[in-house]
Design a protein around this ligand. Structure first.
Ligand code: SF4
Length: 270
């Protein structure tokens, strides 16, 4: 297996901190694409702003590094103009669900064939450790030094409620599961959301006394469980991993093509 063909080695070394989970997500994503035998020229990666969004600089696909929170809007435009291409949108939790929240729910509602990866490290890492919509009540950050009072979103529940036809969650600890879930998400026809719990030892871990990157990953191991497990029944605080939704539903570009076809036939008759 060679994933080097997907890398822009001239942009290495990367800028992520030692122990950041985002490198593991990148690795899992490239292994998923390689496992599916996808030609790099058929992939478009669109990212917004944040540590997670730096991924688009490191991969040798067609890449767009766009505005904060707007990656899904740009990706929607690309997908509608070239529906045969694979659109992959890596986002951080702030990028996806704060400023980008509106784009997120509407991309899900339309069921457009894009793979959205939400790399959930519960903090704005690139800009200094401010709390995000996924930080959670009681957590500490540079902008909540006495404890965050905001409730967090459940990304998987939000994506399901908004209409995404594939929704999954995994972590940077579960590396094989990560690649397998991403393979399914990328193969799925429709809007796919994969939430990956990805540690930020620099800001979230240090501020919240979660130890180093290894300790944080051990936390993903002990704090999560497969969907519907007995362990979850015994301990409701465990976070479920796996595929929550995988269903067929009309895809936006295909429905749009039908409307264009109807319009052209109507015009030809006129
Ligand atoms: S600040 Fe956090 S998310 Fe950003 S590169 Fe460093 S560890 Fe990763």
């Amino acid at each position: 297996m060679s994933i080097k063909k997907y890398i822009r080695s001239r942009f290495f070394p990367h800028i992520w901190c030692p122990g950041c989970g985002h490198g593991t997500v990148l690795n899992g994503l490239l292994r998923a694409l390689d496992g599916l035998g996808i030609n790099k020229n058929s992939v478009v990666m669109v990212s917004g702003i944040g540590c997670s969004s730096r991924i688009s600089g490191y991969v040798d696909f067609h890449t767009l590094h766009t505005l904060h929170g707007r990656a899904l809007a740009f990706a929607t435009g690309v997908k509608l103009s070239r529906p045969e291409l694979k659109l992959i949108v890596p986002m951080g939790d702030g990028d996806a669900l704060a400023i980008g929240g509106n784009h997120f729910i509407h991309a899900a509602r339309r069921n457009i064939d894009i793979t959205a990866i939400v790399m959930n490290n519960r903090v704005y890492g690139m800009t200094g450790g401010q709390y995000s919509p996924l930080s959670g009540e009681g957590t500490l950050s540079t902008t909540a030094p006495l404890g965050n009072i905001d409730q967090m979103f459940d990304v998987a529940a939000l994506a399901q409620a908004a209409g995404a036809s594939f929704v999954a969650r995994t972590t940077s600890y579960h590396v094989k599961e990560l690649s397998k879930v991403l393979m399914k998400a990328i193969s799925h026809k429709g809007f796919s959301v994969v939430e990956v719990l990805s540690q930020c030892p620099t800001y979230f871990g240090r501020k919240n006394k979660q130890g180093d990157a290894v300790s944080m990953m051990e936390g993903y191991k002990s704090g999560t469980t497969p969907i519907g497990s007995k362990a979850k029944q015994e301990n409701p605080d465990l976070i479920e991993r796996g595929i929550f939704v995988e269903r067929q539903s009309p895809e936006y570009c295909e429905e749009y093509a039908k409307i264009m076809d109807k319009a052209q036939k109507k015009k030809a008759k006129a």
